[in-house]
Design a protein around this ligand. Sequence first.
Ligand SMILES: Nc1ncnc2c1ncn2[C@@H]1O[C@H](COP(=O)(O)OP(=O)(O)OP(=O)(O)O)[C@@H](O)[C@H]1O
Ligand SMILES: [Mg+2]
Length: 577
Amino acid sequence: MKTPGEYATLLKSMKREWLWLWHYMLRYRLGILVYIVIGLAGTAMSLGTGLAAKFLIDAVVSHNSGVLIKSAVLAVSLSLLSIAVSAASQRIASIVSTRIASEVRAEIYDHIITARWEDVCKFHSGELLNRLEGDVSTVSGYIISFIPNAVTRLTMFVGCLAIVLYYDVTMAAIALISAPFLLLLSRFSAKMIRKYSLQSREINGRVLSYSEESIQNLQTIKAFDLTDRYSAQLRTLLSEHRRLRLAHDRFSLTLSACMSVIGLIVGNLCYAWSVFRLWTGRISLGTMTLFLQITGYLSSSFSALVSLAPTAITAATAAGRIMEITELPREDDTLCEAAGAVLAAARTSGIAVEAHGVRYTYHDANTPVLDGVSFCASPGETVALVGPSGEGKTTILRMLLGLISPNEGTILLRAGDAEVSASAAARRLCAYVPQSSAMFSGTVAENLRIAAPTASDADLERALRDADAWEFLSTLPDGIHTRMGERGYNFSEGQLQRLSIARALLCRAPLLILDEATSALDTATESRVLAGIMRTDFPRTCILTTHRPAILACCDKVYRVEDGHVRTAEAAQPQEP
Ligand SMILES: Nc1ncnc2c1ncn2[C@@H]1O[C@H](COP(=O)(O)OP(=O)(O)OP(=O)(O)O)[C@@H](O)[C@H]1O
Ligand SMILES: [Mg+2]
């Protein structure tokens, strides 16, 4: 049982979710309007067909051939038109809903890639995909159909009620006898539907995350001979998924059975009442037929109106899950102008990096990983960060890249008189080689051009030579046009590292950031790669992390990162890197 406070919070969040949906409905108002007009036309046809059938039967009974022919033509034409209108309405709904789905999906994707990195990392990528696909489909269907359904059902309801009231008030009262029961049922079902839709989206996310992660790590699963265990675990998850689906299904079936029983009772009451009225000669046979048809419409449109509430709740639940993503704080890109000025100045004077009193704690950690860290790199210098594993070297590089921001202190990138804080906007000053190489599907050339879209084949060759990747690549039949499998699985780790280095060199950024970029290379290859990296025709500052002592000979400064502090290697001696 929920407390009143919990109910208030629930209502408040549902209100926010509906407002979010409303904002999208306003945006697609034209499509929705067309859908409404077509829906209303369909409703008018159905009611008209009912009336035409009444006149037809009355004409048959009274042997009035003139009315008979007109009514028959009208009934057939309206029926045919109804079919056309229903097809048009379905077509419009799918055109608009697919457009909404793709636009909303693109927007959510933009939110994911522009939100602050650390906040996005709180979600499993499978869960993000689940929201991007499942929740977006739910809301886009709802955005297009909710208002048109509400308007057409309401019109149908009011139209039917008006016709029945016109001919027989008692009949209208009998037809609406089900209303209080349906309202009670919907009130009960609303809560259950919110619960089931939340549970079902959550378990979907878990299945998706599990499958995605295990497929990504297939090599490890096979190497540890874990295929049976992983299959069994997926089956456990799927059986939970199935159990939930069946529970949901049982609930829906029970609900619709209850509604059908109510509908049957009301239908039979209406039938009995119209037979009685016909028997007593108060209505004609045509009116009785009309009653039977219209009372059916009346109760079905009322149930459809009632079922709009659970639909709205399912959509609001999905909207809430999407809003958790859209409301993630965005990266700060207000420093674009300052970054541009630094970039322009750095082309001639090079770039300096100055960190002062930097303190940083990851959101899920209790102690700071960096506690009052200061270091600097002058223009053109190569600076190494060394130290034991897990002490914060990559964390410092993430700060330089503006992926995370210091809780205290500053990191400035300076060129001449211009300066900018390390931030999302300042990333254009950096070229980056990650600790584990990140390649995308496509050819080698396409992967390299991610960093420099206008680079010529000659530029690619130069960068590949500097990264000592040209030799192995030129022996492949397709050379730089060789296709890379997912994450470059068809290349060795050392080859991928060299391709990553070539990509970073190609973008000619004034600050080169290398995170253990040569860790998979043999010593001879590493020396050639380092020589290539140092061979630069413009002032480039390089900050790298390494566990390899051989690299330190090429560095102007060495800092040791340990216990949350950064000290110059001399100060930190006699320890090894
Ligand atoms: N995204 C994250 N969220 C929470 N904690 C993190 C995150 N990334 C790293 N850490 C923690 O921060 C500490 C420093 O990690 P970091 O990756 O900076 O170490 P490192 O010095 O680069 O280590 P290595 O030499 O092994 O690469 C570690 O204790 C790690 O567990
Ligand atoms: Mg690291």
